[in-house]
Design a protein around this ligand. Structure first.
Ligand code: AP5
Ligand code: ZN
Length: 214
């Protein structure tokens, strides 16, 4: 099963992608997580990506496309994968399509997690992410068992540097201008599935699995 997650920043793509990856035993490939891991490791890619991420802008396609097309060609992706945060522009979608075509495959579903902008800023200000493993929580909706500590690995939970309200608004503007056109792109290819992302996390997951198993 080869799945793309679409949706605004904070729509819950990462939350649902992690659940899908665990249920179907497929790799969860998040470009945001890859950039953040590179930043933590002090690589050139991480330093370059940070310049854009901290402003709420997209990292240029030339730093992003090869990274993902190389990753999906690895052996552990043979049975499928879930792409979270990629593609985010039409050129990225076309680069992915071309790379998969060369491999003789294509994506099966583009799942659009639909949440209105008004809900997003509130969600982002409550999000906490683990500095060690990247797991995501929400102080009201999905709290950790112990405040400030990751359930999974015991790591420290922090507010992401790009989750400040002014940066979130910029990310939303960038989403509408550059990423939203992908909804029509995948609709025209009959791959699009839209789920109501304002529902409770478990209900959103049930709606997604109903489609994947339907
Ligand atoms: P990235 O890390 O991909 O961020 P994003 O797309 O902005 O998405 P988020 O991770 O913010 O949100 P999400 O939809 O995964 O929501 P989550 O599940 O955490 O990218 C960061 C940056 O990297 C970009 O701005 C860009 O600069 C760069 N980048 C990445 N990929 C790129 C690419 N392909 N090209 C160029 N640049 C790229 O949920 C949000 C919160 O809500 C959490 O607290 C969660 O617990 C809570 N929540 C989730 N579901 C629910 C629910 N149903 N009800 C209530 N709360 C919920
Ligand atoms: Zn953790």
């Amino acid at each position: 099963m080869k799945i793309i997650m679409l949706g605004a920043p904070g729509a819950g793509k990462g939350t649902q992608a992690a659940k899908i990856a665990a249920k179907y035993q497929i790799p969860h490939i998040s470009t945001g997580d890859i950039f953040r891991a590179n930043l933590k490791a002090g690589t050139e890619l991480g330093k370059k990506a940070k310049e854009y991420m901290d402003q709420g802008l997209l990292v240029p396609d030339e730093l992003t496309c090869d990274l993902v097309t190389d990753r999906v060609s690895k052996d552990d992706c043979a049975n499928g994968y879930i792409l979270d945060g990629f593609p985010r522009t039409i050129p990225q979608a076309k680069a992915l399509e071309a790379a998969l075509e060369k491999m003789g495959t294509d994506v099966d579903y583009a799942i659009n997690v639909d949440v209105p902008d008004a809900n997003i800023v509130k969600r982002m200000s409550g999000r906490r992410a683990c500095v060690t493993c990247g797991a995501t929580y929400h102080i009201e909706h999905i709290p950790p068992k112990v405040e400030g500590i990751c359930d999974r690995c015991g790591g420290e939970l922090i507010l992401r540097s790009d989750d400040k309200p002014e940066t979130v608004q910029k990310r939303l503007d960038v989403y509408h201008a550059q990423t939203q056109p992908l909804i029509d792109f995948y609709e025209s290819k009959k791959k699009l599935v839209t789920v109501d992302g304002t529902k409770d996390m478990e209900d959103v997951f049930a709606d997604i699995t109903a489609v994947l198993e339907g």
